[in-house]
Design a protein around this ligand. Structure first.
Ligand code: EPZ
Length: 427
């Protein structure tokens, strides 16, 4: 296991390259199951979760080749080929390590008419049920049963049939599974109250490039006309809006000025709005976003919500930033039931934060002092790194395998911007 050693106090400056979006890549990869032709993804981030997903795809007989990525390249070009599926079972020992594995359920079912996927189980931020995934697939004619910790979905003889489904709760993953199943169903499917995250738009754009017929892309009402087959395609993964937002918070908490090269401001509206309300200067152009915090930070109230609301994946990072703002900031986490795991560790660094259920009140500014802290989940880990950049003295962030799941070469990128940070083996 590794740890990060961070000495706070350096103002970040310069340029940080933004990688391809983890949460887009994790739904683009399984699209390769929907065709027997090659699917090439460009700008694929080098992340543990991406490697894990590619390994899972190998279980089904999917071949993948990594093309021409130089060691200093951020991102990869990977071609996946599901010429013939040799299995439609996603085993527990792979799924338990990466919840996003559930995203093979819809495509396997659509391609092969049969899919057996281990139930992913809960995680640090909540119990993460998959009931909406299953209900949406049943609306497309699938027969679903749960047994021995696995979900088995079977399409009747003729394959999936178009159907209508209204999501009672906006669910990114359930929308993704439903879309990937509906594109090969016989007939028209209407998905209402579907998730509108940019990652869903990326998914719909790849599927369209593969020959799918999808209307309402970017809206909560998707109308999908199934086609008999899809062909291969080459597609570039969108830039990671959460990585970009995370580094924006890192720059701002140090009073620095950083260019987030490749970031797409159009997908970061709520985060940019929150930063600006907190007193951070944010400008952007077609090639990136620039963040500068020249003046003091102001307390702001924030509430997470499905897109285009403020991403729940940005809550922990913004909380760290707001520990340095003048005044009390009230944060309300509406998506997950347990997404304040970073709070006890931030308190150990000196933050003054009260929580009551899904509400957290951050009293600022608080003097942060470096400490040994423990990461618990991906975004909580990043919030500790952000706090460490502004803390007096040295912080050791342990269990950073969480970070390696979602932030490509994090210490290299922060060092590029002048952070005093290094990775060490944690014996
Ligand atoms: C995706 O998770 C992201 N993961 C999460 O990012 C992100 O936090 C989340 O969407 C919300 O934006 C990936 O894309 C791989 P949901 P997902 O289904 O799809 C409830 C990160 O840090 N729900 O939109 O699992 C659920 O409990 C990760 O990168 C059901 O009740 O999230 C939650 O309260 C963390 N039944 C709410 O919906 C279901 O069947 C939203 O969850 C599914 C979800």
């Amino acid at each position: 296991m590794d740890k990060l050693i961070i000495r706070g106090g350096n103002r970040l400056s310069g340029t940080i390259p933004i990688s391809g979006a983890k949460n887009s890549a994790l739904t683009l990869l399984p699209c390769a199951l929907l065709t027997d032709e090659p699917v090439t993804l460009r700008n694929l981030p080098r992340l543990a979760d991406i490697d894990g997903f590619q390994h899972l795809m190998g279980q089904f007989g999917v071949a993948h080749t990594i093309q021409g990525s130089r060691p200093d390249d951020f991102g990869r070009v990977v071609t996946l080929e599901a010429t013939r599926l040799t299995s439609t079972v996603a085993p527990y020992d792979l799924v338990r390590r990466m919840r996003a594995s559930i995203l093979v359920l819809g495509p396997l079912l659509a391609r092969a008419g049969d899919a057996t996927v281990s139930l992913p189980g809960g995680c640090a931020i909540g119990d993460r049920p998959i009931d909406l995934h299953l209900k949406a697939l049943e609306a497309l004619g699938a027969r679903v049963e749960l047994a021995q910790g696995y979900v088995r979905a079977v399409a009747p003889g003729g394959g999936l049939a178009g159907g209508d489904f209204r999501f009672p709760v906006v669910s990114v993953g359930a929308t993704e599974n439903a879309v990937m199943a509906a594109v090969l169903a016989k007939g028209v499917s209407r998905l209402s109250n579907a998730a509108r995250e940019p990652e869903i738009v990326d998914l719909c754009r790849l599927l369209t490039a593969m020959g799918a017929q999808i209307e309402g892309i970017g809206s909560g009402e998707l109308v999908i006309t199934g086609v008999p087959r899809l062909h291969g395609a080459t597609y570039r993964v969108m830039p990671d809006r959460i990585e970009a937002g995370s580094y924006a918070c890192a720059a701002a908490i140090t009073g620095g000025s950083v260019r987030l090269e490749g970031a797409d401001a159009d997908t970061m509206g709520a985060t940019i709005d929150a930063l600006r309300r907190a007193g951070v200067e944010v400008s952007h152009d077609p090639r990136g976003v620039t963040v500068a915090a020249n003046e003091g930070l102001r307390a702001v109230d924030l509430e997470t919500a499905p897109y285009p609301g403020l991403a729940t994946d940005m809550q922990a990072q913004l909380m760290s930033l707001l520990t340095q703002a003048q005044g009390d900031s009230v944060l309300h986490e509406t998506i997950f039931e347990n997404r304040y795991m970073h709070v006890p560790e931030l308190r150990r660094m000196g933050a003054v934060i009260e929580t009551a259920g899904r509400t957290a009140t951050v009293h600022g500014p608080a003097r942060l002092v470096g400490a040994e802290v423990m990461a618990t989940d991906l975004r909580a880990s990043m919030s500790l790194v952000i706090a460490a950049l502004a803390a007096e003295g040295e912080t050791q962030v342990r269990r950073i395998y969480h970070l390696d799941r979602g932030y490509e070469r994090l210490e290299e990128k922060l060092a590029l911007a002048g952070a005093d940070i290094r990775r060490e083996n944690d014996v």
